[in-house]
Design a protein around this ligand. Structure first.
Ligand code: ADP
Ligand code: MG
Length: 703
């Protein structure tokens, strides 16, 4: 019965009607009574507090002041007419203004009477002003029971024009609560509510609109946020469970000769503990009989490549082929070289396939893949094209996952009749909670430790007028035998942005660093792959000391001898980009530097980004700040679908602790009742179905 009532169209609510309902539908997606109940306030105003005039400042939200009215004056004519009044108490005076209803106000307001006014103070020519305040006689105000926290609802201009003001929405909700024939059905299991001491749904909905007191509001909020995360995580984790149970995976039983030979003879350093732990996690995946889907996170330079390589060796030991896909040609080449260098003596057949692989070589590669002779295929997204068929692909690795879309990842699944194991790697540290929602159905491994002996990169923010000194510094560094990167945001100057561009920069750098003493490489996205490769190689081999580039070098490039990263117009770059770029240096034993060059005028956000870079080298901290500055909708490439972030009240940035809690609860629940069959969980299934129907969200799709 209550469900029928709640699904009533909003136009039937007394006072709303067809016209308002239409606006409510279009502007706020409110169609039914239930939608109105779920139209939560975005803030609350404290109506129990009365301010003194002297306390009022223009940055306050809506407030109440007690005082008296004096000296009405009109100004302007006809449509421009306005009414001004002085409003004062024993501490001072502010000005009130009306643009409409002037006659009415003049008639109503009595001198020498105490009023309570309510509105938003602003400042105009050093005078605090309030336009169109709500007015009430203090005598009357006194007699009313004051709800301390009054809800404010988001409204658009169109809504206001249709009289769907915050105040009216409040009124309609009051009506609705009065008309409700029964309590709202609970949407969480009773035992959970008791155990977690959550507020029940009925009370939560009442208190989110009309909080009895601040404490009740906190409880209501917690309950509603928890519920949103609960169903979000349940959907993701259930999907993951289903997939695990229904997708068979290859079993890599043994650690064989190739892996062992590599471990004894090829590995040039001791693995960090984090690398060892992650390798163990991967090994467990690979022999579990389930298809592995693992996200490997590790900051720039944390040593993901070697973990990838060793995982690939496990595949080869078990007679499978394997591949690694990178987002750029340069990175694919670099991986190719790294693999060749590191596997000397193993007699592996490793090939590189990119967009620029010549026809003849390509044909050969495609053939050798099908005969099974190629052990490891390295490449760009050329790998996932349909013509590329393996004899028996057992493990696919995707580097810099955030540069690829979801669709591309799923193509890897189709490269064998039983889907290969998939490991995706990313150096864009994603805060754990975000990973839980975006990559919710992946298992996550984190390399949270840097190889030993690394010196932290020193980061400096420097303004352009000190450019000569910076050049002097670069010269000193080069004289020590190290190399430097200089990165520009653009290739060619664009008219309306005076950011340093690469071509311009090349000119001035060439002048400041003339041959034959200095040699310069240039790499940017508009060069032919062969040219890029040539320039890169010169730099990698140390034949050029300066690498001038755009962000194409952002990803993965490894030149341990480089000790300075100079970023021009650093205010142009996002935080994660800056962090990635900085990660290009600090890979050798020398102290390295990252210099962020900017103009003087910086936006507040740019300042925050630069300051964050200077303060910390920790990729996860940087990711958190980035998330706060940009909001979750903007995290690189992760949110093509946009799904998963239309939480009504929960906020994945601010409510991380609640998300974590909800995830634990869901995990326990699925352990105890994997198929959600227990009677006590009926309510979950019901709610689940309803969410699917009404929100049309398939959470599982997002990863
Ligand atoms: P990323 O995680 O950014 O992909 P890489 O895999 O490119 O990092 O590793 C960065 C550098 O660190 C490489 O030169 C690699 O050889 C080196 N390296 C990786 N692991 C270790 C280790 N355990 N000890 C010393 N150096 C390491
Ligand atoms: Mg890498």
């Amino acid at each position: 019965m209550i469900d029928n009532f709640l699904s009533t169209e909003i136009k039937y609510l007394p006072g709303i009607g067809a016209r308002k309902a239409k606006v409510f539908n279009e502007e706020a997606m409110v169609f039914t009574y239930e939608d109105l109940l779920n139209y939560y306030p975005y803030k609350y105003t404290d109506r129990s507090k009365l301010y003194k005039v002297s306390e009022v400042t223009s940055d306050m939200a809506n407030i109440q002041i007690k005082g008296k009215m004096a000296t009405f004056v009109t100004s302007g004519e006809k449509t421009k007419e306005r009414l001004h009044a002085e409003f004062f108490d024993e501490t001072g005076t502010i000005e009130l203004v009306w643009f409409k209803g002037i006659k009415w106000v003049r008639q109503q307001i009595k001198p020498n009477t105490e009023y309570v006014i309510f509105g938003k103070p602003t400042e105009f020519r050093n005078v605090i002003t309030m336009a169109h305040p709500e007015i009430e006689e203090y005598e009357h105000y006194k007699t009313k029971k004051q709800t301390p926290l009054q809800p404010d609802y988001f409204t658009t201009e169109k809504m206001k024009t249709a009289f769907l003001t915050s105040k009216n929405i409040c009124k309609y909700l009051n009506e609705l609560f009065k008309a409700m024939p029964a309590k709202i059905n609970e949407s969480l299991p009773a035992y959970l509510i008791a155990k977690l001491e959550l507020m029940n749904l009925q009370d939560a909905i009442v208190n989110i609109h009309f909080p009895k007191d601040p404490e009740q509001l906190i409880k209501a909020r917690y309950r509603l946020k928890f519920e949103e995360f609960f169903y979000n995580q349940l959907s993701i984790l259930r999907h993951k469970l289903n997939r695990r149970n229904n997708t068979r995976g290859f079993v890599f039983e043994k650690v064989g000769d190739i892996f062992n030979f590599f471990y004894k003879n090829c590995l040039k350093f001791e693995l960090t503990n984090a690398q060892k732990r992650v390798l163990k996690e991967i090994r467990a995946d690979l022999r579990s009989g389930k298809q592995a889907n693992r996200l490997l996170q590790g900051d720039v330079g944390s040593g993901k490549t070697i973990v990838a390589l060793m995982s690939m060796l496990l595949a080869i030991d078990n007679n499978f082929q394997t591949c690694i896909m990178a987002p750029t040609e340069i990175l694919a080449q670099q991986h190719y070289l790294t693999l060749i260098e590191n596997t000397e003596g193993l007699l592996l057949n490793i090939r590189l396939l990119t967009g620029s692989t010549r026809t003849k070589a390509r044909r050969e590669i495609l053939e050798l893949l099908q005969t099974g002779e190629i052990n490891i295929l390295v490449g760009t997204h050329a790998i996932i094209e349909e013509v590329v068929q393996f004899k028996n692909l057992g493990l696919a690795i995707i580097d810099e996952q955030h540069r690829f879309g979801v669709a591309q990842r799923s193509k890897m699944w189709q490269k064998n009749s039983t889907p290969p194991h998939v490991i995706v790697m990313t150096a864009t540290p994603i805060p754990r909670t975000l990973a839980m929602t975006i990559y919710g159905d992946l298992d996550i491994s984190v390399i949270d430790e840097m190889p030993p002996g690394r010196k932290l990169v020193k980061t400096l923010h420097i303004t352009e007028n000190k450019r000569l000194r910076v050049f002097g510094f670069l010269k000193e560094q080069i004289a020590k035998g190290t190399q430097v990167y200089i990165v520009y945001p653009l290739i060619k100057e664009s008219e309306n942005m005076d950011y340093k561009d690469l071509e311009d920069g090349l000119e001035s750098i060439s002048r400041a660093f003339p041959p034959p003493e200095y040699a310069i490489s240039v790499v940017h996205g508009q060069m032919k792959p062969e040219e890029k490769e040539k320039a890169m190689k010169l730099f990698v081999k140390g034949q050029t000391q300066i690498m001038i580039a755009t962000t194409v070098i952002e990803v993965g490039v490894n030149v341990p001898n480089a000790s300075v990263m100079l970023i021009e117009s650093a205010e142009r770059f996002g935080l994660s980009q800056l962090h990635q770029l900085r990660g290009r240096v600090g890979r050798g034993a020398e102290q390295s530097f990252c210099i962020l060059m900017t103009s003087f005028k910086l936006s507040k956000e740019a300042k925050k980004r630069l300051q964050t870079m200077v303060e910390t080298n920790d990729g996860f901290k940087i990711a958190e700040v980035d998330l706060k500055l940009r909001g979750p909708g903007d995290i690189d490439g992760t949110l093509q679908s946009g799904a998963g972030f239309n939480f009504r009240i929960a906020n994945i940035v601010k409510d991380q602790a609640i998300l974590q809690h909800a995830r634990e609860v869901v995990n326990n629940l699925l352990d105890a009742d994997p198929e959600i069959k227990k009677d006590e969980h009926d309510v979950i299934l019901k709610q689940f179905r309803k969410l699917k129907r009404t929100q049309n969200i398939d959470w599982a799709k997002i990863s």
